[in-house]
Design a protein around this ligand. Sequence first.
Ligand code: HPA
Length: 275
Amino acid sequence: MSDFGYLEKLDKVFESVRKKTDFEPRVGLVLGSGLGEFAKEINVSFELPYSEIEGFPVSTVPGHEGRFIFGKLGDTPIVCMKGRVHYYEGYAVSDVVLPIRLMVKLGIKTLFLTNAAGGLKDGMSAGDLMLITDHISVFAPNPLIGPNDSKIGPRFPDMTEVYDLKIRERILELAYENDIPLETGVYCQLTGPTYETPAEIRMLKSLGVDAVGMSTVVEAISARHMGVKVCGISCISNLAAGLSKTPLSHEEVQAAADEAAPRFTRLVSEVIKSL
Ligand code: HPA
């Protein structure tokens, strides 16, 4: 990127949303593949399909329906992204994180990221939930490459604690109180769209990766850049390549998300109501 074009784009999409709603969310929630059913929990005030926002990236993947849902969960005003765009769809990474920057401009103070991911950690099985404790970003494009506007965030943001420690502690407590098993671990974003080879999974495992996917990290980085707190949960939709006998399929990802959905919904609702 050679200019500040993304800032103008951000202003434009912000104006476009503000023409339609003055809702001020406190929490932003991004729903991963197959986890869209969660949106039913929300006491909806307003829905906005991405296609109605001028200049907004629109997902091309089946099952990644794209809309913002504004409403309340308990007393918490929330904006939920049902569907996100991915780098592998061909969007510039600055477009992939545009919705995150938009939600920050709309007022969110906490970003809750969710995804479907392949599990690497010993003992994991499909359908498990994993609290993200940290990430590895080096295989994904960094969303902050390009000119930096210090009004948005610092040139060299600290990444010591991307996933807020206090929120992580609360999530672990709420999981325990609600009898919901919860793994913890390090998430790594690769570009996709291919799933990994068994050799790549052995490499990632040796690097300390517990779950692998194609999203989340670039979103977490851009939110932290803007000073927003971040937390994240992966739904382990399959064991990563080579760790189980079956080849990976998008349908399997969807089926495991369906199986985990009731636990996921309960945990995420409890956490958001407490934010
Ligand atoms: N690898 C990468 N992304 C994924 C996987 C996987 O095994 N499962 C769901 N998203």
